[in-house]
Design a protein. Structure first.
Length: 402
């Protein structure tokens, strides 16, 4: 169940997702990107100590399809992973951190890239895995055309196939009580084409789904075209306000703020993982002035306009070889409390696995604090001031090249 607790005229929503036996999550929310059952690079005992860790997980069909696949007892993924209940689990069709192999999609099946190679997945194949895993919510099978597609014919196929997959899924759920125990989310597709997005959203909203997933296989592409706000805005206008809106392919702070302002509630959470894979550490300032007399959350920060800082630092650069400062001054994460930029540079230079572990700890901590500050600014009614202060100190939103 989803409830909007507060909203602005611009479309920003502060909400709550209720699930399980007394479980709830505040939105806007960043899911914990767990892919095949665990946070990439982090052991369970390490991940549990990260502040603001949401009791929610995003699992990806490509990582779960072959193993464990349907090889489950009747208890599902929660019991298999010994997740502490209540826990919100969500199964996506593609891995949001990787470009989907859309060129191999067909009328009756979607292609996914598993550890064993390409696999074509039909609606029945997909639902067998859903029935075995029993996630709290799952995305219906979809054909997500790339955001940079200029083919009207390809985009139209994407919309029609996805609606067909959704109709087959809903029909199958009528006869299966186990499938009905999971919430089904309809996928909204259409690339960067506003008309196709609006059509997909409007048609999906006519079906009895529990929520929606805005599929952007490459949200940055829409951002480059300057169409992200227009695309998401057109979707929001065609969707009902009483159901949650998930999104894939949007992760940077600038993209997140754009999506939130278009009424998006839940994000895939893979951004810290992709930044870590680039050998980067998130460094944008978190603490910003939210009122005339009180700051909120995070580290550092002074009244007035902050000094310009990049989104992230590329630690493999030689200038960090003798830099003994922490990644971010005042950060409470284990990495910043115990190690220096020079040490992380050394680990990356020698290709030590520990580099990804320490970077993931910091990047996940930093990103989750960003979302905590975002929610706090909305609760206090000072979002615009917080956003202005954040944007004044962040003019470079791109992650440095690897």
């Amino acid at each position: 169940q989803f409830a909007v607790e507060a909203s602005t005229q611009g479309g920003i929503r502060l909400g709550k997702i209720a699930f399980g036996a007394g479980g709830s999550l505040d939105t806007p929310l960043c899911l914990l990107y767990a892919r095949s059952g665990a946070v990439p690079h982090l052991a369970k005992d390490v991940a549990k100590d990260i502040p603001n860790l949401p009791r929610s997980s995003l699992f990806c069909l490509p990582a779960m399809y072959e193993e464990p696949g349907t090889n489950f007892a009747s208890d599902g993924i929660h019991k298999f992973l010994k997740l502490q209940e209540p826990h919100f689990s969500y199964l996506s069709v593609q891995d949001p951190a990787k470009p989907p192999p859309h060129q191999f999609n067909r009328e009756a099946a979607t292609c996914i890239l598993t550890y064993g190679g390409f696999q074509k997945v039909s609606v029945s194949d997909h639902l067998k895995v859903v029935e075995a895993l029993r996630p709290t919510a799952f995305e219906c099978l979809c054909d997500a055309a790339p955001s940079n597609s200029n083919s009207t014919k390809r985009i139209a196929k994407s919309v029609n196939r996805t609606l067909s997959f959704l109709d087959q899924t809903l029909e199958a759920m009528k006869e299966n009580v186990v499938l009905r125990s999971s919430a089904v989310l309809g996928a909204v597709v259409g690339g960067c084409d506003v008309a196709s997005r609006t059509l997909s959203a409007a048609e999906t909203a006519k079906r009895p789904v529990d929520g929606f997933v805005l599929e952007l296989s490459d949200g940055a592409e829409c951002g480059v075209k300057g169409a992200l706000s227009e695309v998401l805005g057109s979707c929001a206008a065609a969707l009902p306000s009483d159901k949650p809106r998930f999104i894939h392919g949007v992760g940077s702070p600038a993209e997140v703020l754009t999506a939130v302002e278009c009424g998006v509630d839940v994000f895939d959470g893979c951004y810290p993982y992709t930044v870590t894979g680039s050998g980067c550490a998130l460094t944008f300032p978190l603490q910003q002035l939210l009122s005339t007399d009180e700051p909120v959350g995070g580290q550092g920060g002074k009244r007035g306009k902050s000094q310009e800082q990049p989104l992230a630092m590329q630690l493999s650069e030689e200038r960090f070889a003798d830099d003994l400062d922490p990644l971010v001054a005042g950060c409470v994460c284990y990495t910043c409390q115990n190690h220096s930029r020079a040490y992380l540079h050394h680990l990356l230079d020698t290709k030590e696995m520990l580099a990804e572990v320490l970077l993931m700890i910091h990047n996940l901590t930093h990103y989750l604090q960003f979302f905590a500050n975002l929610r706090e600014s909305l609760k206090r009614g000072v979002y615009e001031q917080w956003k202005l202060s954040l944007c004044q100190s962040n003019h470079n939103y791109s992650v440095p090249a690897q």
